[in-house]
Design a binder for this molecule. Structure first.
Ligand SMILES: Nc1ncnc2c1ncn2[C@@H]1O[C@H](COP(=O)(O)OP(=O)(O)OP(=O)(O)O)[C@@H](O)[C@H]1O
Ligand SMILES: CC(C)(COP(=O)(O)O)[C@@H](O)C(=O)NCCC(=O)NCCS
Ligand SMILES: [Mg+2]
Length: 192
């Protein structure tokens, strides 16, 4: 079976990666699909996010990365996928996800939504939380893969906090588009 894992992934976190890895063991193919959403102002462009996700998932041969616009079920049909893969962290997710699953069912009875429960250690983790921590100068090294952390720090004009400074960022610094004023970034104070 082919599964689509749709979302914003702005940016991808270890929580997303956990769902992708577990999904890749359940399905023949998993397509991580980034929505092109003109109504949102993301931190990273769709192209940057595609590259970021590609680098994080290159160890998974049955995972591919793509972008789409319009209805998710139409994209799924185009890819001949039968499943929409989604993650559940909390009751708050459940309400929205159930509504989405029901809506999608009215659009296509052929496509099933499959939920994977978050792994315990990632139950608090979201892209928004990562951005909030980084915006105020905190470390996100434990929340995202190293090259994503570098991209995020560059966006917020912070010095790299990654323990291995030779790690390459996905996107060259001058191509990173920061949606925040660099003046707003608080320099990170490394703890003793
Ligand atoms: N830590 C996590 N554990 C399990 N599933 C997750 C986790 N983070 C996100 N997901 C799931 O991944 C899918 C895509 O989510 P999305 O791109 O909105 O990420 P997010 O972390 O919720 O970002 P945002 O804070 O911008 O909403 C959703 O099904 C969401 O529930
Ligand atoms: C992209 C997403 C899966 C939500 O992603 P998100 O969890 O990153 O907010 C959802 O907004 C979506 O499917 N959008 C495409 C439009 C669509 O198909 N709407 C009907 C289902 S609610
Ligand atoms: Mg979300």
């Amino acid at each position: 079976m082919i599964a689509i894992y749709p979302g914003s992934f702005d940016p991808i976190t270890l929580g997303h990666l956990d769902i992708i890895e577990r999904g890749s063991r359940l399905f023949k193919q998993v397509i991580v699909a980034v929505l092109r959403n003109p109504n949102k102002t993301p931190l990273f462009t769709v192209e940057q996010r595609l590259l970021q996700i590609q680098l994080c998932t290159q160890h998974l041969p049955n995972v591919s990365v793509d972008s789409f616009h319009g209805l998710t079920v139409e994209y799924a049909q185009m890819q001949q996928a039968q499943v929409l893969l989604r993650g559940l962290r909390a009751v708050s997710d459940f309400e929205i996800e159930l509504q989405m699953a029901h809506t999608n069912k009215t659009l296509s009875t052929q496509i099933e939504t499959v939920f994977l429960a978050t792994s315990n250690e990632y139950s608090f983790l979201s892209s928004s939380v990562v951005k909030e921590i980084a915006r105020f100068g905190g470390s996100v090294d434990h929340l995202v893969p190293p090259h994503i952390a570098l991209d995020i720090y560059k966006c917020y004009n912070q010095k790299s906090l990654v323990s291995n400074p030779t790690t390459m960022a996905v996107t060259p610094p001058d191509e990173i588009i920061s949606m925040e004023s660099p003046k707003m970034a608080v320099p990170h104070q490394p703890s003793e």
